[in-house]
Write a protein of this length. Structure first.
Length: 509
């Protein structure tokens, strides 16, 4: 009996436990469901808030894009309106030009008709005159022509005999003068060795193959180099050597420096040649300035204006009677200082006057007048002391002395020039003739630059192609030859070459 009761109690306890477990699980599940519902509500609320923010941002972006589109459309409409206005104006201008051309064509047609009518009248009048002359003279036109030709032939024969006798007489009268010209020409040619020493530079090549590269295809490289520098390149049979010939030593130095760089670099073509020549010219300008500064330092003359220093440096490449003018100027400055100290004159003024006395020679090929007067004008323009100006202008006694330092400068100049070995034979006349050649060529309209080359036997003229056409270039060559023959005295003959070059340059971007 106890076993069934125990079983029943156990079953009741089991059922109670199950019921309690189910009630507990139900309470836990309801709490989880409630928490999930609260979290879901919170997520939904947050999502709604984010959605509102995104919608607001989207609306703001839409408004911004709409405003930008409206602004762009407005600017486009404005631009199109301006373009339409310009097109309308251009259309009106074209209509006006068309009307003007039509009016000019009409006037030309009327003028042509008038000219044709006048020609007909002239022909009719000429025919009437011929008929009237034939009637009056009782001769036909052919017979009158024969009589006139016979008379002209007799006059021509008479004039020819008279001219031949005059030519023979003039030839006899000019025989001695021609003989003297021949002798002078021979003397000049014999004396050209000394001149060549001062008008040529030599550039050594690594090999003879470089000569072909310098010449270039169809000679374009050597022509470009000669045109850019104004110096004549002589490439002959001398092994591994190129001779640069030109009377202007600055040009010759630029050409020597440029050619040396081109040979070292190996890239030789017209474009590269122009670039290297430009850089070489800048380097020579720097050397000139440094030479002027060094000369002022050596002579003990500080504080000179920069332009004076630059002109002084140009004398480094100038010679007079075979004497370097810059070295001569420094020597003259030192001599003047010693003399001034001995006689009690102003030593500093004498030094400055001696250093700058030949300053005009730096620009005497560009300015008319003697170099002493030119130097005095330059010194006056830069506000140098009046005693220095007088010493420069009076050192060849072309103006009166105004102070004791002026004759001191002249004496120092004479001592420096006359000492043994100071100077060689004169080449000033030779240089002056070459400068006159260039001046004559540049006196014509349309000439851009000119270069005297081949020791004065040729002058090359570069013209502006927009002003000088091919026919005008031929006429210019004849005019230059005629002016040279009328104004210069020279040995042998001078070749005039007019170069007209047109360049088309575009840039690929």
């Amino acid at each position: 009996m106890e076993t069934p009761v125990v079983v029943a109690v156990a079953l009741v306890a089991l059922v109670g436990g199950v019921v309690l477990g189910m009630i507990a699980r139900s309470m836990v599940a309801s709490q989880a469901i409630k928490a999930a519902q609260e979290q879901s509500a919170r997520i939904i609320a947050e999502a709604r808030e984010q959605q509102k923010g995104i919608i607001l941002k989207a609306k703001d972006e839409q408004l911004r894009l709409q405003r930008e589109a409206e602004d762009d459309a407005r600017s486009k409409r404005t631009e199109l309106g301006n373009l339409e206005s310009r097109l309308l104006q251009r259309d009106e201008q074209l209509d006006q030009r068309a009307d003007m051309l039509e009016e000019k064509n009409r006037k030309l047609l009327d003028r042509e008709r008038e000219i044709e009518h006048a020609r007909e009248e002239v022909a009719r009048a000429h025919q009437e005159q011929v008929v009237a002359l034939e009637r009056v003279s009782s001769l036909s036109a052919e017979a009158a022509k024969e009589i006139l030709l016979e008379a002209v032939r007799e006059d021509a024969e008479h004039d020819a005999v008279r001219i031949a006798r005059a030519i023979e007489r003039n030839a006899r009268e000019e025989a001695n003068e021609k003989a003297r010209d021949v002798i002078v020409t021979a003397i000049q040619r014999v004396a050209s060795d000394h001149t060549a020493e001062h008008t040529v530079s030599v550039v050594h090549l690594p090999s003879d193959e470089m000569k072909g590269r310098i010449i270039g295809r169809e000679g374009r490289n050597i022509r470009a180099l000669e045109q850019a520098t104004g110096v004549d390149l002589i490439i002959d049979d001398t092994p591994e050597t190129v001779i640069l010939s030109g009377f202007d030593p600055v040009r010759r130095e630029v050409a020597r420096l440029a050619l040396t760089k081109l040979i070292s670099d190996g890239r030789i073509h017209p474009g590269r040649i122009e670039e290297v020549v430009s850089k070489s010219r800048a380097e020579v300008d720097l050397v000139i300035r440094q030479a002027g500064e060094q000369a002022a330092y050596d002579a003990g003359v500080p504080g000179l204006p920069p332009e004076i220093v630059k002109l002084l440096g140009r004398l480094k490449y100038r010679t007079s009677y075979g004497q370097n003018v810059l070295n001569h100027s420094i020597e003259t400055s030192r001599l003047a200082a010693v003399i001034a100290a001995e006689v009690g004159a102003d030593v500093q003024i004498s030094k400055m006057g001696g250093l700058l006395h030949d300053l005009g020679k730096a620009v005497d090929h560009e300015v008319e007048g003697p170099h002493a007067a030119i130097g005095g004008q330059i010194a006056q323009r830069h506000n140098l002391p009046m005693k220095v100006i007088n010493g420069i202008a009076a050192h060849h006694q072309e103006v009166e002395y105004a102070c004791v330092e002026a004759p001191i400068v002249q004496i120092a100049d004479a001592i420096s020039a006359s000492r043994p070995g100071a100077r060689g034979e004169s080449m000033d006349t030779y240089v002056k003739r070459l400068e006159d050649l260039q001046a004559i060529a540049e006196s014509f309209e349309g000439v851009e630059r000119s270069f005297a080359v081949q020791a004065g036997r040729e002058v090359r003229i570069l013209v502006r192609p927009e002003e000088i056409d091919d026919m005008t270039a031929m006429r210019l060559a004849r005019d230059v030859v005629r002016k040279i023959e009328e104004t210069l005295t020279y040995p042998g003959q001078i070749k005039v070459t007019v170069i007209r070059e047109t360049r088309a340059v575009e840039y690929a971007k």
